[in-house]
Write a protein that binds this ligand. Structure first.
Ligand SMILES: [Zn+2]
Length: 318
């Protein structure tokens, strides 16, 4: 077992000119399910594509100049056409299919230290078939991954090597946090009613940014920018004008506006079960943060860290 860990470490830190091998290794670790030793490519891609979305979202690059690796380039081209934050599950599936073979052709053979990809192969860690589109973990690697502590160790090993690799091309802060974050759905439609229905505790017809009446020009803004939080959670959403939203762009609101947001969120914890939105809020907010104090702590941490990495405040007019 010890021997396999050493071999894994060597393989990961040796001869890398793209992120593929690291990301593939991480996909084994993150997608691992107890008792399951066979993984289809599309199952692993469900980790791999969000990983590259994070690369793109946080402007993390792999080359000091010239072209990015193909998978990253493909995602980038696609999201240029359709704004990144509006990508939905169908896009996700489309991208998975488009990039599957391309992605796996290269790094699978890297695990054997072979430069050219082949259709079938195997090594101490797994065997793979490009035709069947799956990998099967070797017995030894499978039992290593079955151990939670070993998985943690391998994960740290890969991340460390990956960060060393990326540091050569990137000087942005919090690389680890940004890369290890998961991709969330960006479907804000289901939240619209929350801000437009008068029965809702979040109903507001005044723009959260300028204070003027919203009318039909409603847009939902992430108070702390989506590019930083990378998810849609109710506590961070406010109703604003479309034009105010685009003007605010990737900036968090100022301190005074933040206090207002906290006050608003605090009130949500006062609603009772007979409120028509109680179940929705429970599912979307209370289950994760059972008390306002627990939410406030999370909000404070995120707001402070967002600013500490260089996101400049935007002054609200309300
Ligand atoms: Zn406005």
């Amino acid at each position: 077992m010890e021997n396999l860990i050493q071999k894994f470490k060597f393989l990961i830190s040796h001869r890398n000119n793209s992120s593929y091998k690291y990301v593939l290794a991480l996909s084994f670790i993150f997608c691992f399910k107890k008792g399951k030793n066979k993984y289809r490519f599309d199952e692993l891609m469900r980790f791999i594509i969000p990983f590259y979305f994070n690369m793109l979202r946080y402007k993390i690059t792999e080359k000091s100049s010239g072209k990015q690796p193909r998978v990253l380039q493909n995602i980038s081209d696609y999201s240029d056409k359709k704004h990144l934050r509006y990508l939905c599950e169908d896009d996700f599936i489309y991208l998975l299919k488009q990039n599957e073979k391309l992605f796996f052709a290269c790094p699978l053979s890297c695990f054997e230290n072979r430069a050219v990809s082949s259709f079938e192969g195997g090594n101490e860690f797994f065997s793979y078939s490009m035709k069947e589109k799956h990998i099967i973990l070797s017995e030894e690697f499978f039992s290593l991954l079955s151990d939670r502590h070993a998985r943690e160790l391998l994960k740290d090993t890969v991340f460390l090597s990956l960060l060393k690799f990326l540091e050569k091309y990137n000087s942005i802060p919090n690389l680890y946090t940004k890369l290890s974050g998961s991709l969330c759905k960006k479907d804000l439609k289901k939240y619209k009613k929350l801000f437009t229905d008068q029965k809702s505790p979040l109903f507001s017809d005044a723009c959260g940014i300028c204070g003027e009446k919203i009318g039909k020009d409603l847009s939902i803004d992430h108070f702390i920018p989506f590019n930083y939080v990378a998810c849609d959670e109710i506590w961070n959403l406010i109703a604003v004008h479309k034009h105010c939203n685009s003007y605010k762009n990737d900036r968090p609101g100022d301190e005074r506006a933040y206090e207002k947001l906290c006050e608003r969120n605090k009130k949500l914890y006062e609603i009772t079960e007979d409120n028509p939105y109680f179940d929705f809020l429970k599912q979307e907010l209370f289950d994760k943060f059972p008390t306002y104090q627990s939410l406030k702590k999370e909000m404070d941490d995120i707001y402070a860290s967002c600013k500490s990495v260089g996101y400049r405040e935007f002054s609200f007019r309300v």
